[in-house]
Design a protein around this ligand. Structure first.
Ligand code: PEP
Ligand code: MN
Length: 263
């Protein structure tokens, strides 16, 4: 169902004023984790000031260590909804449990399925049973074929509003947190009709190359870029090393616009 052979026209996912996959690239930005109302409010204000619509933030965090911050759960989703409504934004947030999908639809505009859950088939099926758009991230070690099959699970379950996100894969390279598979973008665009994002934060894990990788993503046809921004990254409860602060984010957006690749 997700194949280009089945459907020639691009799938377009409408989120308020933005049309993902409609030609003009979009940004999805916000903190790694939702930590407090005040933290998210500052980011909401920043997005609004930059003319952006899509606010991300993790409320259910799939952390590598059980001793790390696990997220605020439903309370975090409420904070995102409140801030989004205040600033006219749309919420993108990760859900990790199949039985939470229904609950999440009350608060989020896009259900994110994270890299660690790309092949959590019960979660994919649960996401297929709702009408809320889904942003599916590529698994840490998933092939493009496996990634496409995961999307097929959601669409075959009845939810056609699926967006894909390349977020870097595991390789031997240590200079970046993951290896951004830039070629996945044109391949996914050719093989499927779904919108394709590139997450520059989790793929690189490096603040110094966010702008060039975002430009590369848009140059090869990505429909959007995901980037993490935090009011005070040094004290962030997750991904403290790779999030950028608000002035750095403002500069990132301005430079991306200057490049002409992003409106
Ligand atoms: C995230 O986007 O919050 C996240 C955890 O990313 P990933 O699933 O790609 O690691
Ligand atoms: Mn993160």
């Amino acid at each position: 169902l997700v194949s280009r052979k089945k459907q020639k026209e691009n799938t377009v996912v409408t989120l308020g004023p933005v049309e993902v996959g409609g030609g003009d690239p979009v940004l999805v930005s916000g903190p790694c984790s939702v930590e407090s109302y005040e933290q998210v409010r500052q980011i909401g204000e920043t997005l609004k000031a930059n003319g952006l619509t899509l606010l991300r933030g993790g409320a259910f965090k799939p952390r590598t260590s059980p001793y790390d911050f696990q997220g605020l759960g439903e309370e975090g989703l409420k904070i995102l909804r409140q801030v989004a409504d205040e600033f006219g934004l749309k919420v993108v947030s990760e859900i990790v449990t199949p039985t939470d999908i229904e609950m999440a639809t009350q608060y989020v505009d896009v259900i994110q399925i994270g890299a660690r859950n790309m092949q959590n088939f019960e979660l994919l099926k649960a996401a297929g049973r709702v009408n809320t758009p889904v942003l599916l991230k590529r698994g840490l070690s998933a092939t493009i074929e496996e990634f496409i099959h995961a999307a097929e699970y959601i669409v075959s379950g009845g939810n056609s509003q699926v967006m894909l996100c390349e977020r870097g894969i595991r390789t031997y390279e240590k200079a970046t947190r993951n290896t951004l598979d830039i070629s996945a973008v044109p391949i996914l665009k050719q093989e499927t009709h779904l919108p394709v994002f590139v997450d520059v934060t989790h793929s690189t894990g490096r603040r110094d190359i966010l702008l060039p990788t975002a430009k590369a993503a848009l140059a090869v046809g990505a429909d959007g870029v995901m980037i993490e921004v935090h009011p005070d990254p040094d004290v962030a409860l997750s991904d403290a090393k790779q999030q950028i602060n608000i002035p750095q984010f403002n500069e990132f957006v301005a430079k991306l616009r200057e490049s002409g690749l992003y409106k």
